[in-house]
Design a protein around this ligand. Sequence first.
Ligand SMILES: Nc1ncnc2c1ncn2[C@@H]1O[C@H](COP(=O)(O)OP(=O)(O)O)[C@@H](O)[C@H]1O
Length: 357
Amino acid sequence: MNTNDAKEYLARREIPQLFESLLNGLMCSKPEDPVEYLESCLQKVKELGGCDKVKWDTFVSQEKKTLPPLNGGQSRRSFLRNVMPENSNFPYRRYDRLPPIHQFSIESDTDLSETAELIEEYEVFDPTRPRPKIILVIGGPGSGKGTQSLKIAERYGFQYISVGELLRKKIHSTSSNRKWSLIAKIITTGELAPQETTITEIKQKLMQIPDEEGIVIDGFPRDVAQALSFEDQICTPDLVVFLACANQRLKERLLKRAEQQGRPDDNVKATQRRLMNFKQNAAPLVKYFQEKGLIMTFDADRDEDEVFYDISMAVDNKLFPNKEAAAGSSDLDPSMILDTGEIIDTGSDYEDQVIKI
Ligand SMILES: Nc1ncnc2c1ncn2[C@@H]1O[C@H](COP(=O)(O)OP(=O)(O)O)[C@@H](O)[C@H]1O
């Protein structure tokens, strides 16, 4: 087995997340017998059904869970601050963050790990200026995230970032780099790129954008862990647009896209994998943002102009409540706006999309 195989194995089996979680448990519980404690944690992992069921706080006891992500309280950063010893010699204090799991991950021996740490030391947005409004657009593969995000960006004069595109560009521009070759393979099989790398790419991109009024990010976050990381490292989004689309419709659109664009990750296997990942992650992600009152859900089974009509009404209301409707919106009928903050009944098999792929 070569190094790449070993790293790919670790990434696929979600071993870095497991170690992060065990480390969190140890830091919070400080057990007399760490070996016995780790044994009991691993037993719990088995009972839960495997590494992919482990979250960063699985082994943090209830009373120590100072992070209440679902009711808008303390951020992960402050949680970490609380569990870190006050001693300034503590090695990880500098970043107020967990010890980097990079040792175990494909981030470790690559050129970007240093950049990633450097970037962590800076605020993404200039604190002396108003922060740009951030709209995150999420939905299944083929739900129209790209199309709708571009339309939002165009209508409000916001900057557009496609996370999938960002990763693809990076892969093309660093084709001889081992880390990015591995990420290319991961993406081609329909899996998600590693979280820290993805966040770092987004941060780098955001830091290059000068003084925008707003930014639309297409395809982020894909799961609750990414949402937490974004809030921890970048900011709380102003609005999350969720494009709900029936599973069958997603499959049809992906087939069509495969014919038209020939993207390497639009093959049948990868498409199934992406739909499966979406199915697993969408419901908790939507619930997470719902409980924060940040998400609006749109029936994306419809014609793209109808979908955009609803989105633009919602953005007007949520982000520009005191302004006259944005240019070009005079033809919009406010009575058509969808109920906000709730999963809508699309009248089709939206549930199917999340539950039965
Ligand atoms: N937020 C993300 N986190 C990790 N990987 C991502 C993320 N966004 C995109 N990717 C990777 O890029 C691929 C293509 O994404 P994208 O272009 O948005 O297409 P789609 O969402 O339609 O599958 C995804 O399947 C995934 O491998």
